[in-house]
Write a new protein. Structure first.
Length: 151
């Protein structure tokens, strides 16, 4: 944990944003925001939390370069807390019952268990988060950078 205790959980959608086509302004801005967040992780200002859900989802990425980059990033810059897996599983099942997809529910349950801010680029997931109400902050990479006043 960092001195400030600020934990951030980027889902795979957010972690992959720098690999997306930058011709759209939104994609380019979110990719830069993810890079800014990661620069603060490397500087020790934030702690990047990852979970077993990351490994499962990243393992399914077909682009080998992207897949290896993400695994190395998480291993070198992230921390995997000791999770109470039965509790996380129950929360993920509750979220799935409320309409979350299984992967999204798992990521959110792990983020809540770690008490980490949750960052995603997935608008549908953000709408679901607003509908359900969660115990952690959630938003886009840009919103997180704004909230944390990252420069």
């Amino acid at each position: 944990m960092t001195e400030s205790g600020r934990l951030v959980y980027l889902d795979v959608c957010a972690l992959c944003r720098p690999f997306d086509d930058p011709t759209q302004i939104r994609v380019r801005a979110e990719a830069e925001a993810v890079q800014l967040i990661l620069s603060h992780v490397r500087a020790g200002n934030l702690t990047l939390v990852f979970s077993p859900a990351h490994a499962v989802e990243i393992d399914a990425i077909t682009d080998a370069t992207e897949r290896v980059h993400l695994f190395v990033l998480l291993q070198q810059s992230g921390v995997e807390p000791a999770f109470d897996l039965p509790l996380v599983r129950q929360r993920a099942e509750d979220l799935t019952a409320q309409g979350f997809g299984p992967a999204d529910a798992a990521h959110m349950a792990f983020a809540e268990a770690a008490e980490a801010d949750f960052v995603t680029c997935d608008d549908r997931l953000l709408r679901q988060c607003r509908r359900v109400g969660l115990s952690v902050w959630y938003g886009t990479p840009l919103a997180f950078c704004d909230k944390e006043e990252l420069v």
